[in-house]
Design a protein around this ligand. Sequence first.
Ligand SMILES: Cc1cc2nc3c(=O)[nH]c(=O)nc-3n(C[C@H](O)[C@H](O)[C@H](O)COP(=O)(O)OP(=O)(O)OC[C@H]3O[C@@H](n4cnc5c(N)ncnc54)[C@H](O)[C@@H]3O)c2cc1C
Length: 469
Amino acid sequence: MSDSKKQLVWLKTCDLRVKDNSALYHGAAAGPVFAVFVVTPEQYNEHCDAAIKQDFWYRNLLKLGEELDKLNIPLKILHCASFNELPDELFKLSVIHNVSEIHFNKQYGFNERSCEEQVIKRFEKNSIRVNSYNDTLFFEPGTLLTGKKTYYTVFTAFKNLFNKEIEKLAWQVLPKPKKQIPLDIESDAVLSWLDETELRADLWAAGESIAKRRLNEFIKKRVLNYKDTRDIPSINGTSTISPYLAAGVISARQCFEALESLGSKKNNVGAVTWRTELIWREFYKHILVGFPHVSKHQPFKVKTSKIVWNDNAEHFLAWCDGRTGVPIVDAAMRQLVQTGWMHNRLRMVTAMYLSKNLFLDWRKGEEFFMQHLIDGDLSANNGGWQWSASTGTDAAPYFRIFNPVTQSQRFDPDGKFIRKFVPELKDCDKKTIHEPWASKSRPIKLDYPKPIVDLKITRQLAIEKFKDL
Ligand SMILES: Cc1cc2nc3c(=O)[nH]c(=O)nc-3n(C[C@H](O)[C@H](O)[C@H](O)COP(=O)(O)OP(=O)(O)OC[C@H]3O[C@@H](n4cnc5c(N)ncnc54)[C@H](O)[C@@H]3O)c2cc1C
């Protein structure tokens, strides 16, 4: 056992960076410090965390280990099956290394918060001081409330208060910790806990410098046009920063700082629209804490739990496989499975098609997304799904159902995106490609399924079922 008292920084899957990391920064300032990451594969499976996302965590952890090494901060790796064993294992490690204080950034999912509570109990009972930080958000959930001291359920009102309060908030991007004198603690090798690694590493390279480059390029070249380009899936019109934000390879503060660097152009409509998307991210995390039932497979609007969803395994499989016969839906689903990411407009289109046209339980879609998304995030995914299924907070009204064909004609007018992911349709002209089986001009031969449901009829049925509530 080592004599000198040490600071322990518990790193999570949401804060895989050395720069602007509150727990790491404050732990190092109080140093000497070492870090620990706890691998919990059973927990990941229980949360349906996609293999591509877990691999992204692993690859970023490798990079993080290298960065910590440059600062002489050892990185220990613990392996626990789930959160149940984590507090004990973390405590044992802190005894071995004579830890006087532990630092960690808070997570806001229900299970994560319960795990943190157990850690706090275990450490405080043994007189080890616990320092926890609200790092992933600008405002700690519970600090932006309505006049009645309740959580906001309407986004615009939340956004207005956010914008007012952030003017008074002394937020800053923290530097990386200073290099410390080497400790007598050896770093552990970072080994993958998965069967396969380098999953789509060609698209999603790991590391803070990559994330920063991606952000800077977006801010320099694309953000000012964001309002016009964000809905067109065939062009690179959004930041594609979501995997990095979800894993905390970059922080929301760094994104806001990048917007500030635009000077007066930060008030340009593109920049303001992008900033609003980051506020949506914050909003859904507040919802998770204010209404914990949403993390327990319950709809936000409790009365919608009475809906009897269809039970049709074939339809669900066709949706998962990208073989529904609706080209834009199929292209989007194939984009998800092949790349681990789906364009935001198409997340809404595919989610609405599953929950309204197929009238399948939105939770099945939510789970499938989590199993495949590299940016899978409980709050944003749940929020997006409940918005689309009209069961959530500030959700799409049940009678406003997207017509996927109209969406396709509007946002992929030439069918460029469809052609990329549904090569069976690559020779269709730009009119036919949106609904190939509707073409009356000549009989066509296609290795592509006919629509599995009629869009008009199913839309009407969904509206009636919601009306019945
Ligand atoms: C059904 C459904 C499921 C979704 N699941 C997820 C998910 O698991 N993880 C996730 O990060 N986002 C999710 N979103 C939100 C959104 O689709 C993605 O954040 C976005 O497509 C990521 O691409 P980007 O980084 O280029 O976004 P940009 O348009 O560049 O936006 C910048 C950032 O703002 C945040 N953001 C943008 N839109 C939203 C939103 N509607 N809600 C919350 N945050 C937002 C993200 O962190 C995003 O990276 C979901 C949306 C829907 C409709």
